[in-house]
Write a protein that binds this ligand. Structure first.
Ligand SMILES: NC(=O)c1ccc[n+]([C@@H]2O[C@H](COP(=O)([O-])OP(=O)(O)OC[C@H]3O[C@@H](n4cnc5c(N)ncnc54)[C@H](OP(=O)(O)O)[C@@H]3O)[C@@H](O)[C@H]2O)c1
Length: 321
């Protein structure tokens, strides 16, 4: 049986599992059963977002697992995200309510600002992305301090337990901390051996912010990679990772997850495969030798794959600069 480990969030003291489950890019048809299976496998942290266009199905899977007695609501940690089209203060509450209704829950555990820039309002029934129908990125003026006030009000109303940020850098986080009455509990970022973001992580941690990693397998799961990163070996097949996997009798995917949680970074791998759901979770008891951990640290390449620059989003917007 898998033993979960947790980190404690500030300011609430809530417990966040070190290993969770991501729900991006799971088809609408499959999502309910996949999420149900993920909870059956022992997952308690479910990372969702309006932009994944499967919130209602995530909610169905969660509620079925609760109804079947597999888990109690309070044992689950459910995450949602505010999409860029709804940062203006008048849109935050209604769009959050839509997420809550999609999930069919009374509250969620963590609500993140998905990305740190606002774009023009669209019909929340979707479809929506970063660009409009004409393939243009339409930025609007919606100050983050106004967005954050609305999120704080939702915490006050008991509808969200923790609020957080995603894809923010140090400067944006510093500014947010200057006005936040309720500070962010979490920063969710791309994180893998090729993009370790050590300075960002060290600093946000010093401010009491817990880091969640996405894309823990790095370039292995991207169909197209940005210019300048094509030379990097597929991380799941990298000789350093393969050797360590053989030594500890793990899969290469497990090695990458163990490496991250050993750095106290929470991981949320997505899989539709039940045996991977179990093996991705079954890592809390494993520790790599310092030497092996350092061999993986040495793979740092400052290579960001989920970038909005020189890649396939159709526009160049260097938000991480
Ligand atoms: N905040 C943000 O901006 C942001 C951005 C991206 C993602 N996210 C969140 O982070 C989650 C994870 O990111 P992601 O979905 O992009 O990628 P990921 O979880 O890093 O990778 C998913 C892919 O890896 C495969 N996989 C899963 N476990 C594996 C293992 N042990 N070995 C080898 N392959 C494995 C899966 O295939 P199978 O399904 O076939 O097993 C799937 O194709 C998302 O689901 C989402 O919740 C957040």
């Amino acid at each position: 049986m898998t033993t979960q480990k947790f980190v404690t969030l500030q300011p609430t003291g809530d417990k966040l599992p070190l290993v969770g489950f991501g729900t991006a890019r799971i088809s609408k048809e499959d999502t309910e059963q996949v999420v149900y299976n993920a909870i059956m496998a022992g997952n308690r942290l479910i990372d969702g977002a309006l932009a994944y266009v499967n919130e209602a199905e995530v909610g169905k899977g969660v509620r079925r697992a609760i109804a079947d007695g597999i888990v109690k609501r309070e044992e689950l940690f459910i995450v949602g995200k505010l999409w860029n089209s709804f940062h203006e203060k008048q849109h935050v509450k209604p769009i959050f309510q839509m997420t809550l209704d999609n999930y069919g829950l009374d509250y969620i555990d963590l609500y993140l600002v998905h990305l740190p820039f606002a774009i023009e309002y669209v019909d929340p029934k979707g479809p929506f992305g970063l660009t409009n129908a004409k393939n243009e990125l339409k930025l609007i003026k919606a100050p983050m301090h106004e967005t954050w006030r609305e999120l704080e009000a939702l915490v006050d109303a008991g509808l969200i337990r923790n609020i957080g940020i995603s894809n923010f850098n140090v400067q944006l986080t510093l500014d947010l901390l200057s006005y936040a009455r309720i500070p962010p509990s979490v920063l969710e970022i791309e994180h893998h051996p090729y993009l370790q973001q050590r300075r960002l992580i060290k600093w946000v941690r010093s401010q009491g912010v817990q880091v969640i990693a996405y894309a823990s397998f790095g370039n292995a799961v991207f169909e197209a990679v940005p210019q300048g990163t094509e030379h990097l070996k597929n991380l799941l097949e990298h000789p350093v990772i393969v050797d360590i996997a053989e030594k500890y009798q793990l899969s290469t995917g497990q090695v990458l997850l163990v490496w991250a949680i050993s750095h106290q970074v929470v991981v949320i791998p997505k899989t539709v495969n039940v045996s991977r759901m179990k093996s991705n979770l079954d890592i809390n008891h494993i520790r790599l030798d310092d030497d092996d951990q350092q061999k993986i640290d040495a793979l740092e390449a400052n290579a960001r794959f989920n970038d909005f620059y020189a890649n396939n989003y159709g526009f160049d917007f260097p938000i991480y600069d």
